[in-house]
Design a protein around this ligand. Structure first.
Ligand code: SF4
Ligand code: SF4
Length: 706
């Protein structure tokens, strides 16, 4: 007669006591795991410095939000909710996994307090957690095998996918849940048959169901199942622990650190070298990333932390229009490189140039730095800094695309990418109809202007975009802002030169502008160009606070200082296109919308991709000079999105968006049916004025708007 079920530690296996066997297994499992992880950390130790130890409270808060709170996951509802359930269940089951391992070495171990209060609640919750994880594994495997969501697919140019690996891992996790549940169910069935007090199992949970299946099973079989399930559980646990660092599941271990050390400041670009000031940059032998070891340790940690969920590439406009760039594969290729060149045994690292081996030049130049990938990634993985660093490396090697050479040279010699004369920078203020009604002064330190309108190159020199400059000036004038411009003393903000990897050129432009701004004596800066706004806010130091014109207008309209007339044509439907450097990079989403909503009679719709999911128009700055390989222009896709939303007027707040969108309207054959207007132009048009003013954008956008 069997007295009670024997626990794994009580049994003798192959002449070895259970306790000895499981102590050995635990030690071996933990030792293997630490060996593997130490090998994975080897490139991080060789990687470049990265300063991620500041602002611990902010980091902690973000850890709670994005890691523990899984904040970004519901953006993709099905996969997101499943992930939240799995994540929460894993957290719950961590204690159970620990107690099971201890049970192998301590025969009567029970979790302290598990028979009362919170302990009892835990016993119930953990049964459901195991059931949830098991079901989620089945659903996830079915999705991957049957429904095959497009974002998991691996296009041929990026190599092969790892579907077998993914299914194998899902299977292992399901096996872990099943073995844990069987371990408990066999014990409960045994106790029931023996008439002993039965350990509680939550109704309808996996262990509960298994117990009901096993209720009439002979006792010796239950004993075998109990011990067998324990064995399988321990082996699967350690196998999973040691196997995860070889693939996408490594994020289970790294994600906590990755999220804690994630970049905190939007809109910024990492320095060329952490710890090396601008003054000492000439001592840096090589700029940017050329080999894998040139990446910073945090960027390498990003590579390990990617869950291969495909969300970044799903939102990437470059990927959507068929450019040779998919951010997900920037990571996957680097991770594969690391695994291959930092093996478990043998020598590591070989310093192979990345461009030409795992990345192509076109791939790296195809990025518009729109930030959609970063906004989407649930693990806060960064792409722009890596891409900028790879560009810095190419520029350092003199590897500049043909079409960019001329504008870069012009930026260097003339301070604008068009190669136009410095003295013509303020020509836009001299247009006849404009100068008669709005005088724009040049700030020189002696003038009494307290606000600088930083115009930047495209608005200063491009005939069409000058209209945005004049509209901005008239609005500032109407609002009673005492403003002026730098005129010939202004140079390009350098925003896009920096993001194209031309750090020294950027520094020269920035230093010139900072000196000119300081000399002007202004206390505020306003700009109508989100790229300049981003540069002045994040790339420049020691300059007065900067606002985008949409923020100024919003404030002045709300205070009643600016009044707006109703739209002339109430049939028009407006859609606001969020410029990446105003929206995603600087979180200015509401002000432009509030301004539009303040125009009486204006009908506004939202495009499907709006606000932080806005779809880049094609990129600004130097991207206007780059000719990527693509199937369709981003702007054309964007214009079609506006048409689908039912809009016939696209409002934007960026001169570069205007170039791309106006062009796209023509390419899409929508001329006469759709138009684009800058927010400043629209407000200028609707301003209530004491006397009418002749506006050139009436002519530009008149057909559709009238
Ligand atoms: S920044 Fe934009 S274009 Fe560049 S990889 Fe990310 S989503 Fe794609
Ligand atoms: S980088 Fe982030 S969003 Fe992209 S595949 Fe990896 S985990 Fe998913």
């Amino acid at each position: 007669m069997v007295e009670g079920i024997q626990s794994p530690a009580q049994v003798t296996y192959w002449l070895m006591t259970g306790q000895t066997l499981f102590v050995a297994l635990n030690l071996l499992g933990v030792a293997c795991f630490f060996y593997i992880v130490s090998k994975r950390m080897a490139p991080l130790i060789r990687g470049e410095r990265d300063w991620r130890f500041d602002r611990p409270l902010v980091r902690l808060e973000r850890l709670l939000q994005f890691w523990l709170g899984q904040w970004k996951h519901p953006r993709f509802p099905t996969a997101g909710i499943m992930h939240i359930l799995i994540f929460a269940s894993f957290l719950i089951l961590a204690t159970q996994a620990f107690s099971l391992l201890v049970l192998g070495v301590s025969r009567n171990f029970v979790l302290p307090g598990s028979s009362e209060g919170i302990g009892l609640i835990y016993v119930i919750v953990k049964d459901y957690a195991a059931t949830i994880v098991f079901c989620c594994m089945v659903v996830a495997a079915t999705r991957r095998l049957v429904f095959k969501p497009a974002r998991y697919a691996v296009p041929a140019r990026y190599g092969k996918g790892h579907p077998v690996d993914a299914i194998f891992l899902l299977g292992l996790i399901a096996l872990l849940m099943a073995s844990e549940s069987l371990f408990e169910a066999s014990k409960a069935a045994f106790q029931t048959q023996q008439g002993q007090p039965v350990e509680f199992l939550a109704a309808l949970s996996l262990p509960w169901m298994l117990k009901n299946v096993l209720i009439s099973t002979p006792l010796p079989t239950l004993q075998t199942l109990h011990l067998g399930a324990y064995f399988v559980d321990v082996l699967t646990f350690y196998f999973l622990l040691c196997y995860r660092p070889f693939g996408i599941q490594f994020h289970v271990e790294t994600s906590l650190f990755n999220v804690y050390f994630a970049k905190l400041d939007r809109g910024t670009v990492k320095p060329v070298r952490w710890g090396v000031s601008d003054e000492h940059l000439d001592q840096v032998k090589s700029f940017g990333v050329k080999t894998f070891e040139d990446f910073t340790w945090k960027h390498m940690l990003d590579f390990y932390s990617c869950a291969d969920c495909g969300r970044c590439s799903d939102q990437c406009p470059a990927n959507a229009v068929g450019r040779p760039l998919s951010p997900r594969f920037i990571t996957i290729k680097a991770r594969d490189y690391s695994f291959q060149h930092y093996p478990m045994f043998g020598s590591s690292g070989n310093g192979t140039p990345l461009i030409g081996s795992i990345y192509s030049e076109d791939e790296i130049w195809s990025c518009t730095t729109c930030g959609a990938c970063e906004e989407e990634c649930p693990l806060l993985i960064q792409y722009i800094d890596k891409i900028v660093d790879l560009r810095r490396g190419m520029i350092d090697d003199g590897n500049v695309p043909q079409s960019l050479q001329k504008p870069l040279k012009a930026l260097e010699s003339r301070g604008n990418p068009y190669g136009k004369m410095e003295k013509k920078r303020a020509e836009w203020t001299k247009a006849k109809d404009f100068s008669q009604t709005c005088a724009v002064k040049t700030v020189d330190g002696k003038s009494n202007a307290d606000t600088l309108y930083f115009v930047d190159s495209i608005t200063s020199y491009d005939d069409r975009m000058q209209s945005i400059g004049r509209a901005t000036a008239r609005i500032l004038d109407s609002a009673g802002v005492n403003f002026g411009i730098l005129g010939a003393a202004e140079k390009d903000s350098g925003h896009d030169a920096r993001r194209f990897g031309e750090e020294t050129l950027f520094m020269a432009l920035r230093d010139h502008n900072v000196d000119a701004i300081k000399a002007s004596g202004v206390q505020h800066i306003v700009t109508s160009d989100p790229h300049a706004y981003n540069a002045l806010k994040h790339d420049y130091k020691d300059v007065p606070p900067v606002e985008h014109i949409s923020q100024v207008i919003c404030r002045e309209v709300k205070s009643g200082n600016l009044k707006l007339d109703p739209v002339e044509n109430a049939d028009n439907v407006y859609a606001y296109h969020d410029p990446c450097y105003l929206g995603r990079h600087n979180q200015v989403y509401d002000d432009p919308r509030d301004v539009l909503d303040a125009i009486p009679g204006l009908k506004r719709v939202e495009m499907d991709r709006c606000r932080d999911r806005s779809f880049c128009c094609g990129g600004g700055g130097l991207m206007l000079f780059y000719e990527p390989k693509e199937d369709e222009r981003m702007g054309v896709k964007r214009v079609k999105m506006a048409a689908e939303a039912g809009a016939n007027v696209i409002v934007t707040a960026c001169p570069f968006c205007m170039v791309n969108i106006e062009d796209a309207i023509k390419v899409a054959g929508l001329e006469g049916k759709m138009t684009a207007i800058d927010l400043a132009e629209l407000v200028d048009k609707q301003l209530v004025r004491p006397a009418p003013v002749k506006l050139e954008h009436d002519k530009l956008t008149g057909e559709v708007l009238a």
